[in-house]
Write a protein that binds this ligand. Sequence first.
Ligand SMILES: Nc1ncnc2c1ncn2[C@@H]1O[C@H](COP(=O)(O)OP(=O)(O)OP(=O)(O)O)[C@@H](O)[C@H]1O
Length: 344
Amino acid sequence: MRFFQNKPQPSLNDIRCPLSGLALAALALSLEDEPERLALRLPYPVDAFASELEEALKPVLAGRTLHLEGALPAFGKPLGKVKNLIAIASGKGGVGKSTTTINLALALKELGLKVGVLDADLFGPSLPMMVGTRGQHPDSPDGKTMYPIEALGLYTQSIGYLVDDSDAAVWRGPMASTALMQLVNETHWPELDVLLIDMPPGTGDIQLTVSQKLPLTGAVIVTTPQDLALSDAIKAMAMFEKVNTPVLGLVENMSYHRCSQCGHHEPLFGDGGGVRLAEEKGVALLGTIPLTLNIRHHTDAGQPVVLSDPSGDDAHGYLQLARKLLGEMLKRPVPPAPIDVKMV
Ligand SMILES: Nc1ncnc2c1ncn2[C@@H]1O[C@H](COP(=O)(O)OP(=O)(O)OP(=O)(O)O)[C@@H](O)[C@H]1O
């Protein structure tokens, strides 16, 4: 007697989303699984991921045509036309929060999102320097509200466009919080998938007020690997937990130094602190970004590395960061939308 064992047929339910690892069929906002075509509408723009999605879906295509489309939904409560507000925060100053914000914003744009950046760092607004808009002022149609300044393909607003650095530095408590809220609310943001908010460093009243008053989809915590920075990062996470804002993940910046001459890696500020912290706290480690001359030079010159050296290792690191952040957002409960599954 001969036994023929049928190879199990791959099922659509087994195919994973390349960004989040979730089952693609469950993530899809609509799905048409028909004899001639397979069509999926996903909760993210698909162009940048088309070849990965095609590869992943190959085993179930069986000669059918594949139709993919997608757009990012609002995962939390939108603010006007801004679908998702994400705070980029750190417990401690100087850890590279602004550098991470701008490169992450450009990387998210590369992945097909429409992105804005709000520089809410009252005490050291650095966005105008990083996007080459120093000395510019936003247009105001009525003397009260403002249009963001478009730069490097991003919609930007900064306290630095409105006041001198020295004026901003003396703001305290309620005055500073009010100024920040005005900056967010009185800007005519266009329709944006994501608005990254570069928060002032620390976990004081200003940060708490902003986190409580703005409908944040989530927060990203930037830290360096030293113990001091890590203990401040823990405080920042605790603050967001207190106001029920999900921490979407942790970025360990200046993880190691990568030599521009020989490529050698050296853990200048300690080894793996952020990695361990993410594990302990059960939050995603979105990325480990090295300390490199390339990152510092290009960002400080108004041409962040994701734009000026798009095929280099540093830009690749930020693109990976953006992918992981998107993946973590997708793991949030997707807002109610009619699931429309047609099977023939
Ligand atoms: N990964 C990196 N490699 C090289 N230089 C970096 C990196 N990250 C940040 N820097 C540099 O470190 C300095 C401080 O960075 P940045 O202004 O982004 O910090 P910050 O956390 O926003 O500071 P603060 O909140 O105190 O204003 C800048 O000169 C920046 O170019």
